[in-house]
Design a protein around this ligand. Structure first.
Ligand SMILES: [Zn+2]
Ligand SMILES: [Zn+2]
Length: 353
């Protein structure tokens, strides 16, 4: 397709983004042109907006169109494309795998060597634009029951579903979620769906609307960390022992130690935040109490399974109304990121009509 389109770009590591008119991408033979209909702002996009130190490794890909949580309509296909057609509604994977490397051959496609050279929104142009060219293998067909808004939530639902799977959560275990952003809230949903016992969500007084939604999702206890000591509060809610599992979803490196301090002996701390900088942990007490520190990044639950789960449980059709508090346009990107930094939103989407 000829012409230009609006896009949200990161051009350097300074705080902020650029909103520019750039050429509509030309597709390769194995690619499709997707008209982006809904694209969500992820916590990692917020780090990128702020120019976090850990994003320096992606500087060589700038100028880069941001965004990796999106879906839309196929408007054009390359001549070798056989799996999808114009008019199909699809969710885009974050990267497509080669099918042939060490990881692809051992059911860990999400660590494919090739995929890690072409992550959409980090190493390749992303979905904060009107159009994007993506490989046909990146397309996941959306059933009619999945709205565009719900489609844009499939990536964070995949991240959080896999975090809960990686935690090994078993029926009735006490779960703490530290950080009530979209990742924390969706982790709460998955933990409940998998049979968690008592659930405790920790935020700060800045997280008001996010903690209200945690309550609406039936969290048993809310802890405001700037009003009471969160470690003491978790201990007093767990007979003095600590939680079975703590999901660290704040992305604040100093809070990894806090999470370890509030988990029971032999308990698990699952790190699902992306950290803007390095953190430190006192390992000896962790070793002496056999606590487990688990990183999670993708995993056994495919996005297709997430779609199947959403489709089979009609209560999740209203998930967009519950967690998407703001819908805006690409022109408003600067404000949208500021709202995210200030935690005025839960999930915010860019919508293209
Ligand atoms: Zn994301
Ligand atoms: Zn591979």
């Amino acid at each position: 397709m000829e012409g230009t389109m609006k896009a949200v770009l990161k051009k350097n590591l300074d705080r902020g983004v650029a909103i520019e008119e750039i050429p509509i991408p030309q597709i390769n033979d194995d690619e499709v042109l997707l008209k982006v209909r809904a694209a969500g702002i992820c916590g990692s996009d917020v780090h990128m907006f702020e120019g976090a130190a850990s994003y320096k490794i992606f500087e060589r890909f700038f100028p880069l169109v941001m965004g990796h949580e999106f879906c839309g309509d196929i408007v054009e296909i390359g001549k070798d494309v056989t799996t999808v057609k114009p008019g199909d509604r699809v969710i885009s994977r974050v990267a497509h795998s080669c099918g042939d490397c060490h990881y692809c051959r051992s059911d860990r496609m999400h660590f494919c060597a090739d995929a890690f050279t072409r992550i959409i929104g980090l190493q390749k142009n992303g979905g904060f634009a009107e159009y994007i060219a993506i490989n046909q293998q990146s397309c996941i067909l959306m059933p009619d029951s999945i709205s565009y808004e719900l489609g844009a939530l499939v990536e964070p639902l995949g991240v959080t579903g896999n975090a809960v799977a990686d935690s090994g959560l078993t029926l009735g275990e006490t779960v703490v979620i530290q950080g009530p952003g979209p990742i924390g809230l969706l982790t709460l949903l998955h933990a409940k769906a998998r049979g968690a016992g008592k659930t405790i969500v920790i935020g700060t007084s800045k997280d008001k609307i996010r903690l209200e939604q945690a309550k609406a999702f039936d969290a048993d206890h809310i802890i405001i960390a700037d009003q009471e000591d969160p470690v003491e509060a978790v201990k007093s809610l767990t007979g003095g022992y600590g939680a079975d599992i703590v999901f660290e979803a704040s992305g604040v490196p100093q809070l990894i130690q806090t999470a370890l301090n509030m988990v029971d002996k032999t308990g698990r701390v699952v790190l699902e935040g992306i950290y803007g900088s390095e953190g430190t942990v006192d390992f000896t007490p962790m070793v002496r109490s056999a606590k487990k520190l688990i990183g999670t990044y993708g995993g056994p639950i495919s996005w297709e399974r997430i779609i199947a789960w959403l489709g089979a449980n009609s209560q999740y059709a209203k998930l967009p109304q519950q967690v998407i508090t703001h819908r805006t346009t690409l022109d408003d990107a600067e404000n949208a990121f500021e709202r995210s930094v200030n935690k005025e939103n839960i999930k915010e989407l860019f919508i293209n009509d």
